[in-house]
Design a protein around this ligand. Structure first.
Ligand code: NAD
Ligand code: ZN
Length: 356
């Protein structure tokens, strides 16, 4: 039985020694260590891992192509075959070194290999640190359908270290920062104030705060019956935007889509009478100061069908996670289609480059 309320598996900063001790024990007990990475994290992050944790120097490394399209059962199978070739037994430890693609894929593969072996996430993107590596969801995509097959198993440890972010591209940092803002907006007014007064993409303190918010939400509702849906704030519109772009053979960074989604869904929160004009203006100014929106022309009538397909809908209504206040989310709010259209038109007027 997983204890989702226990956050002691998340190691940041000074708790590094705990992982050193664990890996040293593995070495002493001849437990084999495997590192799963992609070609980018192999180049940029593996040397750092080996310096920080010399116990991993003799680990066998399996490197996959980077990108979402390799988060598949085929890649997991290739990894399983590699483990078997290397005579891996039930006592091995798998270290997943990478962004959310690698933590999702590696968590999935390790939680099933020999009916489950220990695994450790070492997230190397901001998004993986504050989101993907926390909460125990692992999975792979099937064709273009995301996360269709998966497990809920917690890693033995998650090791969060901002040194790994040094080689990360700015756009990738933006992806993670959108999720940090989301965590503040749904759960912590004071945290939102701090972020908006002094944005810093790599501050360990903000990362720790964002992790603890996700961790607490997951602990309250591990299987997404209610509270975990708070984490969907901004994502109903974001997923529709991502699908819309995909249907035009283009893509949008997840963080930008979430930022746009948070604006539209904040507007809806105002429209439903939850937040004030001042609060909406504050959120709008803050998010627009950080995120440059793309120049794709949006058509409201094209976006709506993608929202109707969202898994959170019931009986043909579009249900949103909205803000009751800054720092307090509310789940399962059914919103009339007309209001959604109005919000999208408002968004495109705010961001004229989107056009309508
Ligand atoms: P990603 O793993 O694809 O990483 C983004 C890119 O950055 C990749 O090209 C990667 O090779 C590269 N990279 C990673 N770390 C680097 C570093 N330190 N230096 C240089 N390059 C580096 O993408 P992501 O945004 O981290 O994760 C997205 C995935 O996370 C999606 O598959 C999503 O479904 C998943 N996710 C899972 C959860 C969950 O709860 N399990 C939550 C949110 C997102
Ligand atoms: Zn997200």
């Amino acid at each position: 039985m997983i204890d989702f309320a226990d956050s002691s598996y998340i190691l940041t900063g000074i708790k590094k020694q705990q992982l050193i001790d664990f890996l040293q024990d593995c070495n002493n007990q001849m437990r084999k260590i495997f590192v799963l990475c992609d070609t980018n994290t192999q180049q940029h992050c593996l040397p750092l891992l080996q310096t920080k944790f010399p116990q991993t120097k003799s680990a066998s490394v399996f490197s996959v192509n980077p990108g979402e399209s390799f988060k598949t059962i085929e890649t997991a199978t290739a990894f399983w075959k590699f483990l078997l070739q290397q005579q891996a037994d039930k006592h091995i430890v798998v270290i997943n070194l990478g962004g959310g693609v690698i933590t999702d894929l590696g968590g999935f593969a390790a939680s099933l290999f020999k009916r489950g072996v220990d695994f450790i996430h070492v997230p190397t993107t901001l998004l993986a640190m504050v989101d993907a590596a926390v909460g125990g969801k692992n999975g792979v995509n099937i064709d273009s359908y995301k996360n269709q097959s998966g497990t809920i198993v917690l890693p033995k440890y998650v090791y969060v270290d901002t040194d790994f972010l040094e080689s990360l591209q700015h756009d990738e940092k933006v992806n993670g920062y959108a999720e940090i803002i989301k965590h503040a907006l749904i759960a912590d007014n004071q945290f939102y104030k701090e972020l908006s007064e002094k944005p810093n993409f790599e501050a360990l303190q903000s990362i720790e705060k964002a992790i603890s918010i996700k961790q607490q939400i997951v602990a309250t509702d591990p299987f997404e019956k209610k509270e975990r849906k708070l984490l969907n704030f901004g994502h109903t519109v974001a997923h529709a935007l991502e699908s819309f772009y995909q249907s035009h053979q283009q893509c949008i960074f997840h963080g930008r889509a979430v930022a746009a989604g948070m604006l539209v869904e904040s507007y809806l929160s105002r429209k439903m009478g939850f937040i004030s004009d001042d609060e909406l203006n504050h959120i709008t100014e803050f998010i627009q100061s950080l995120f440059a929106f793309d120049d794709k022309v949006l058509h409201v009538e094209e976006l709506l069908p993608f929202m109707m397909a969202d898994k959170k809908n019931k009986q043909g209504q579009i249900r949103f996670t909205l803000l009751e206040a800054i720092g307090k989310g509310i789940v399962d709010v059914a919103v009339p289609i007309g209001d959604i259209e109005e919000a999208l038109v408002w968004f495109s007027k705010q961001n004229t480059r989107y056009g309508l």
